[in-house]
Design a protein around this ligand. Structure first.
Ligand code: NDP
Length: 449
């Protein structure tokens, strides 16, 4: 029988590093979760006996496949596709599809691993998964994107299903890409089912799904701020990114009384002290190839700085990193602290490096970790699945109010779990523990597999 000792967790982390060489993002995500749930593992010998931790860090299934398609010049292009079905203890695998040149096995595994705990936190019955490809939709014609998505689905369809694995959007995968993938799945299987979320409304999509991650982020942040006697009211807000999550976070932060003064894309950031014109940003970025620098053509008081990582040097009260992993490092964290920021809430997945999180802790900055604060997107995907099963569609207000309730609950559960394990106010610890225990209990109940 296995026993817990001081080296138990570090040995498992070392094992993950050895079995998954050259996958730094995956190692980072595993380390962050395991080190913060140590107290639970120590207190639960039944988890140790059943090898819960050793099993939870190993994907149940990891598929890699060739995606061959023909571009507009008639030339054959080959990309690599992935689907990681990480954990199905509490429901069908669920997680987005990322289309970006940086996609590799490490990125997909880190995202799939995070998704397990995030989905658990929503309180909905969804397991964890993630997929994607190194295909870059930027600069591609509609026809090329369609042919790629169809080719991608020609393999993916074997592995997914409304009760098996339900993918959704992520970086590079919006409504257009989901539409092409959904059409191809329907064509191949001759089935109209809720196999993907983020669908357009006439095909069974949910109202408020596009808004959900950004809105949910602000609902969560609002709870965190209230608990600390603060609010969005009158706060200067800096948001990285200008895609789905960033733009809807900007809309909600403004509704809650904040003033968004800076946003970015991978080419740089804009600062507009008058308050960013969010409709204009959305309009510019409708075209995936467009650059945010276009903003200053019509807003002469605004400035464009061609260095996306430097956005954190813009003095603000609240920072919402909503672009990509590891975009907020120690230098960014130090700049935020120096300029008096009081809260950081993650919209993107793992946007803050471990060093940055340490700096926030040391300086008592309120910090909302992604798996809690950006869970609104997948939660609303869960609500889309419910509507599809019921053959019903709810109003925007109904979905938004359920989303709000879910985010309030996630905050409550994460705060309570942190307090229970002696880490009051530490939402990283609280979110990891609350997400982990539900999945661990389900794995325990289902036996060794
Ligand atoms: P989008 O593709 O809609 O937008 C991504 C945005 O980030 C683009 O504006 C992109 O700019 C920008 N960007 C990429 N890299 C950088 C960088 N290094 N610095 C600044 N900006 C950058 O993606 P989403 O908004 O959907 O996703 C953003 C993040 O949120 C990801 O981490 C994703 O995993 C996470 N997330 C998304 C959910 C969703 O519902 N969509 C749900 C939960 C999490 P450019 O145009 O130059 O590439």
């Amino acid at each position: 029988m296995k026993k817990y000792d001081a080296d138990y967790v570090s040995n498992i982390i070392a094992g993950v590093e050895k079995r998954n060489p050259g996958e730094p993002e995956f190692h980072q995500a595993v380390k962050e979760v395991l080190t913060s749930i140590e107290k639970v593992i120590e207190a639960r010998p039944d988890y140790v006996d059943a090898g819960i931790v050793e099993r939870i860090v190993e994907p149940e299934r990891f598929v890699q496949f060739r995606v061959a398609w023909v571009d507009d010049k008639g030339e054959v292009q080959v990309n690599r596709g992935y689907r990681c079905q990480f954990n199905s203890a509490i429901g069908p695998y669920k997680g987005g599809i990322r289309l970006h040149p940086s996609v590799n096995a490490s990125i997909i595994k880190f995202l799939g691993f995070e998704q397990i705990f995030k989905n658990s936190l929503t309180g909905l019955p969804m397991g964890g998964g993630k997929g994607g490809s190194d295909f870059d939709p930027k600069g591609k014609s509609d026809g090329e994107v369609m042919r790629f998505c169809q080719a991608f689905m020609n393999e993916l369809y074997r592995h997914i299903g409304a009760d098996t694995d339900v993918p959704a959007g992520d970086i590079g995968t919006g409504s257009r890409e989901i539409g092409y993938m959904f059409g191809q799945y329907k064509k191949i299987t001759n089935e109209f089912t809720g196999v993907l979320t983020g669908k357009a409304l006439p095909s069974g999509g949910s109202l408020a799904r596009p808004e959900a991650t950004g809105f949910g982020l602000c609902y969560f942040t609002d709870e965190m701020l209230k608990a600390a006697g603060r609010s969005f009211e009158g706060a200067k807000v800096v948001i990285s990114g200008s895609g789905n999550v960033a733009t809807f976070a900007a809309v909600k932060a403004t509704t809650l009384g904040g003033k968004v003064i800076a946003m970015s894309d991978s080419s740089g950031y804009i600062v507009d002290e008058n308050g960013v014109d969010i409709d204009l940003v959305m309009n510019i970025k409708k075209n995936r190839s467009a650059r945010i620098s276009e903003y200053v053509n019509t807003h002469k008081d605004a400035k464009f700085i061609p260095d996306c990582r430097a956005i954190w040097t813009v003095p603000c009260d609240i920072a919402l990193p909503c672009a990509t992993q590891n975009e907020l490092d120690a230098a960014g964290a130090k700049a935020l602290v120096k300029n008096g920021a009081f809260a950081v809430a993650e919209g993107a997945n793992m946007p803050s490096t471990p060093e940055a999180i340490e700096i926030f802790k040391e300086n008592k900055i309120l910090f909302a970790p992604a798996k809690a604060s950006n869970a609104g997107g997948v939660a609303t995907s869960g609500l889309e699945m419910s509507q599809n099963s019921l053959r019903l569609s709810w109003s925007f207000e109904e979905v938004d109010s359920r989303l709000h309730g879910i985010m309030v609950n996630i905050f409550k559960n994460a705060s309570e779990a942190a307090e229970k394990y002696g880490a009051k106010g530490d939402l990283v610890v609280g979110a990891n523990i609350a997400g982990f225990t539900k999945v661990a209990d389900a794995m325990l109940w289902q036996g060794i597999m």
